[in-house]
Design a binder for this molecule. Structure first.
Ligand code: TEU
Ligand code: CA
Length: 547
């Protein structure tokens, strides 16, 4: 295990594997909504291949692909019926192999989405398991004669479903058709190891691991996640010889640093890093469907907390605000109307110039905002539909729809807005879900033609980051105090220092305690770092040596 190297500023250089990962810039694709290549209204793998130049030009060098395995799509691919085959709507295994090849030929990487906690009830394992109590798959799931507890599904309702064939109840933490695998059965561990091996042999470069903390449960202690064998199972998946060069990122609702260390410390050979969701949970909402007045201070404080914690324990951090389960962050705590360009670029500078691996969700690079619909018919997501149904039991339909519009995952799942034409340039057919309600205003073509383009700002930011190691390995020092309505920090590496200023919602004068060169990056074209900052204005400049 190579010892961490100390920089002149005393910052610990991460171990070689993590240093390499710091140079990844990962673009998350929701394949169903990215690009349709055959006119059936559903995005597909050949559609992604068509848009690789767009991604390469943006400056990303890796793709995280949401699930594209065989699936009945009750939870849009997170209900898998065959981990070794491709969903018909997305294409064939040959298309997947072509995507891997063309990515690698461009020096880009592919991260698959591994869903180890549950399978679809259409999966062969479940169809076998439900037959009776003594077949090779009978203990692949959790079966009980009576409901052993009152666990609820994340998508509402009981987490236990009675199966008339088996004559018992099975556990489903998510949809009724997403049965939880019993990882305490060594055959399940072996089966999932073989699936990881299958995709490693296909050439994938890593995995995003869905709700990984739920694969170990302790029913006796009433725990449906973080069970006693969690780290044993994660190590079993990724701690083997063939896993040592993999990039793995866990979807973990981890909240404390010790647990992050247990998941991600290099010597443990479990995960490379993880998504922690503090800022996702807390920014601009009291719960997923309940807005709460908020400002960028909340985001700043969470980001800086995890900067300090990961730096202290030389852990690799992830930098993200959006994904396929969340409405756009700028719509929750900034201004996605009059100041949409400024908000999108200011948040990008706050997040992606910190130390960690950037994750950009499709559409963020054009400043996508939350959508709004006047009918539940425009929604597709199972969590959204179930929640709406529940809300209508206790509140007027109009209020239920308002809350759904605020928190629905479909806010992240509308077809990519390539242009303002009839179907947004996404398909020549009928899109599988409603186009974004603002797609004529917010789309790639319009953004690229704009005097101030979110895409070009992202491009410039990622170029600055790529060409200056201070933004990769450099020490992070925060200069804003909790009450300040701005986020100011520096990145320093071997004597080279850069300053980043991100002003929040109110115009104010900002003076740095050191002199800087002319801004190398700014969203409103500033000539100098000091002076009056407009709402959501940001700028980045090198600090003059000796200052
Ligand atoms: O999400 C896990 C998860 O917890 C989410 O359900 C989240 O809490 C919820 O959507 C917030 O609204 C993962 C995947 O990212 C999600 O898309 C899947 O639906 C889920 O697991 C089940 O596989
Ligand atoms: Ca298609």
């Amino acid at each position: 295990m190579d010892m961490p190297i100390e920089t002149k500023e005393g910052a610990l250089m991460l171990c070689a594997k993590y240093q390499d990962a710091l140079r990844w810039v990962i673009y998350q694709i929701y394949p169903r909504s990215f690009m349709d290549s055959n006119g059936d209204g559903i995005g597909d793998l050949q559609g992604i291949i068509q848009k690789l130049d767009y991604l390469k030009d943006l400056g990303v060098n890796a793709i995280w692909l949401c699930p594209c395995y065989k699936s009945p799509n009750d939870d849009n691919g997170y209900d898998i019926s065959d981990y070794r085959d491709i969903m018909d709507e997305f294409g064939t295994m040959a298309d997947m192999e072509a995507l891997i090849d063309v990515l690698h030929s461009r020096g880009m990487k592919l991260i698959m989405d591994l869903v180890p906690n549950h399978t679809s009830t259409a999966h062969r394992w479940f169809r076998e398991s439900r037959k009776d109590k003594d077949n090779p798959y009978s203990d692949f799931y959790y079966w009980f004669d009576e409901k052993p507890n009152d666990w609820k599904s994340v998508f509402r309702g009981s987490a236990w479903e009675f199966d008339p064939v088996r004559g018992q109840y099975y556990l489903h933490s998510f949809a009724v058709s997403q049965a939880d695998l019993n990882w305490d059965n060594p055959a399940v561990v072996k089966a999932m190891q073989e699936i990881v091996d299958f995709w490693i042999d296909k050439g994938v470069d890593g995995f995003r691991v869905d709700v990984v903390d739920m694969i170990s449960k302790d029913l006796g202690a009433g725990k449906n996640c973080f069970g006693p064998r969690l780290h044993e199972f994660i190590h079993a998946l990724f701690g083997r010889e063939n896993g040592k060069n993999l990039f793995t990122v866990g979807e973990c609702w981890v909240t404390d640093t010790d647990e992050m260390i247990r998941h991600c410390a290099a010597e443990r050979q479990e995960l490379t890093t993880l998504f922690q969701f503090d800022h996702i949970e807390k920014c601009g909402r009291s719960d997923k469907f309940s807005p709460k007045p908020d400002t960028l201070k909340t985001l700043r404080d969470h980001l800086l907390h995890w900067q300090q914690e990961t730096e202290k324990h030389d852990l690799l951090n992830t930098l993200f605000t959006d994904n396929h389960d969340q409405p756009p962050m700028i719509s929750r705590i900034a201004n996605d109307r009059e100041k949409r360009y400024e908000s999108a670029t200011c948040v990008a500078a706050m997040v992606y110039l910190l130390k960690g691996v950037p994750f950009i969700y499709q559409g963020q690079e054009i400043g996508r905002a939350a959508a709004h619909y006047d009918s539940i018919e425009c929604f597709n997501d199972i969590e959204t539909i179930n929640t709406y149904r529940d809300f209508c039991q206790t509140m007027p339909e109009k209020e239920a729809l308002e809350r759904i519009n605020f928190g629905s995952r479909d806010n992240a799942r509308h077809p990519m807005e390539w242009d303002g034409s009839e179907n947004g340039g996404f398909t020549t057919g009928k899109p599988w879900i409603a186009l974004h309600s603002r797609y004529r205003e917010i789309n790639v073509k319009k953004d690229l033609a704009a005097e101030r383009s979110v895409y070009r700002f992202y491009q410039a930011l990622l170029k600055l980051r790529r060409e200056n190691d201070a933004f990769l390995d450099g020490k992070v020092e925060a200069l804003s105090s909790p009450d300040d309505a701005h986020m100011i920090f520096t990145r320093t590496l071997n004597g080279e220092k850069w300053a980043v200023i991100c002003n929040f919602e109110s115009e104010q004068r900002i003076e740095l305690p050191f002199a800087c060169e002319k801004p190398a990056l700014s969203n409103l074209g500033r000539a100098s770092m000091n002076g009056v900052y407009a709402p959501y204005e940001c700028a980045v400049a090198k600090v003059i040596a000796g200052e």
